[in-house]
Design a protein around this ligand. Structure first.
Ligand code: UD1
Length: 419
């Protein structure tokens, strides 16, 4: 199993390009199932989750081509089956995103239930309830969701809680439904808006994406289009923290500050100097130790749960104490035990971690447990004294494009070894 070796203590310097967003490209790839003609997607990040989604679509019979610049072309005219196997779904929960499009366009779908994962139970009840309200027949047996509908009907959907992929699945299903659907308490994440923009380019009639009420007027068919994926705000935030934790000064290109205002505000409070333009962000933390910052995760536009672990790492070496409250997932402090092994002072009480900053972290062998936890351990390694070894890094390859190359380009001493 591959590992990352990191020699801590180098302040990051230089420029880095931010990739397309994982959480936007996955629903956009699923949305190609709705298109009558070929579709071209650009700014696709080279990630394991993208490869997995291509495998998922490929196994259904969708034709896929990819060029050296990671532009993907899909064509669903060759589709043969409407089935998502457990083997694929278990490695990537976002596979559930094929359910809405398959059902809406082809009238049936068989998709494995995703099951739990390291950060919590993560049910899909709201995806299923929404589709049922749109007239689908849904049966769950032997671990598979069996869904069918002659044609979905528009419905008024009030979501019990904010769910990102739930909103996306139902929005995609509603594009081809008979009549108008309204999703209330919808997720407002920028990736939901990016998917809506892509669907609109395919001919869908959608209003209100980016607000908590999305209205979708069903149309008869959608066509293919060319679409370029939004920048990854979580990769952006992770590199910003990498600069802040090492006392560095870096510029991030091809990203947008408006996607992560809550994160930028916290970095400002931590003492960083931040400047930005429409498509770049610069952060300077030269010669400064970060100050502790309290935070609470919640759906967009509040502080993202996908940045919680990285800010836990930052607070480990900050001046002062803080409380970090995780309100989105039930079990998202798996990184804490590993950070404690590096000398961090963290106590977890329920869904809150109390972090008291220490002067320095000490390198240790650590194990990555999920995607964002892996990123946080790399960040801790960048500032720890000695050589940190991060094991089980296959998690990081699911969601960060070329992370060690990008960090090395900024001056970090980091390399991948086979085992
Ligand atoms: C998406 C993101 C993930 C991010 C998360 C929260 C993708 C591919 N993944 O995951 O990176 O961490 O949003 O911002 O976009 N819930 C239910 N029933 C449901 C659906 C969700 O109870 O039917 C609960 C979940 O258990 C969780 C909360 O709702 O506690 C939010 O989850 P959700 O927004 O659905 O997360 P994902 O869409 O899976």
């Amino acid at each position: 199993m591959e590992k990352l070796l990191i020699e801590g203590g180098k302040p990051l310097q230089g420029d880095v390009r931010i990739s397309g967003a994982k959480n936007a490209v996955l629903p956009i790839l699923a949305s190609t199932l709705l298109a009558e003609g070929p579709m071209q997607i650009a700014n696709v990040p080279h990630l394991q989750d993208v490869t997995t989604t291509m495998e998922l679509l490929g196994r259904m019979g969708v034709s896929l081509t990819i060029d050296e610049y990671m532009n993907i072309e899909t064509d669903t005219s060759t589709i043969q089956e409407f089935f998502a196997h457990y083997d694929v779904v278990k490695t990537m929960r976002a596979s559930i995103l094929v359910l809405g499009p398959l059902l809406a366009r082809f009238g049936h779908a068989e998709v494995s239930l995703p099951g739990g994962c390291a950060i919590g139970s993560r049910p899909v009840n709201m995806h299923l309830r929404g589709l049922e309200s749109m007239g689908a027949n849904i049966e769950v047996k032997a671990g598979y969701i069996h869904a069918s509908a002659k044609r979905l009907k528009g419905a008024h959907l009030v979501m019990d809680m904010v769910t990102v992929t739930g909103t996306e699945n139902l929005m995609m299903a509603a594009t081809l439904a008979d009549g108008t659907s309204i999703i209330e308490n919808a997720a407002r994440e920028p990736e939901v808006t990016d998917l809506a923009d892509c669907l609109i380019a395919m001919g869908a009639n959608i209003e209100g994406a980016g607000t908590d009420t999305i209205t979708i007027h069903g149309v008869k068919e959608l066509k293919g289009c060319n679409y370029s994926v939004l920048a990854d705000r979580i990769e952006t935030g992770t590199f910003l923290v990498a600069a802040a934790i090492t006392g560095g000064h870096i510029k991030l290109k091809d990203t947008q500050p408006k996607l992560l205002e809550s994160v930028l505000q916290k970095l400002d409070k931590a003492g960083a100097t931040i400047s930005s333009g429409d498509n770049w962000i610069e952060i300077d933390m030269t010669g400064r130790r970060p100050k502790s910052i309290n935070l609470r995760t919640a759906p967009y536009p509040a502080f993202p749960t996908d940045m919680q672990a990285q800010f836990t790492a930052l607070n480990c070496i900050a001046e002062g104490s803080c409380a970090i409250t995780e309100s989105v997932f039930e079990n998202r402090f798996m990184h804490v035990q590993e950070m404690q092994r590096m000398g961090a002072n963290i106590k977890v009480e329920g869904n809150t971690a109390i972090v008291t900053g220490v002067d320095h972290l000490t390198a240790a062998p650590v194990m990555a447990t999920d995607l964002r936890a892996s990123a946080s351990l790399i960040l801790a390694g960048l500032v720890a004294e000695g050589q940190t070894v991060v094991d089980r890094i296959y998690h990081i390859d699911r969601g960060y494009e070329c992370i060690e190359e990008k960090l090395a380009q900024l001056g970090a001493k980091i390399r991948r070894v086979p085992h």
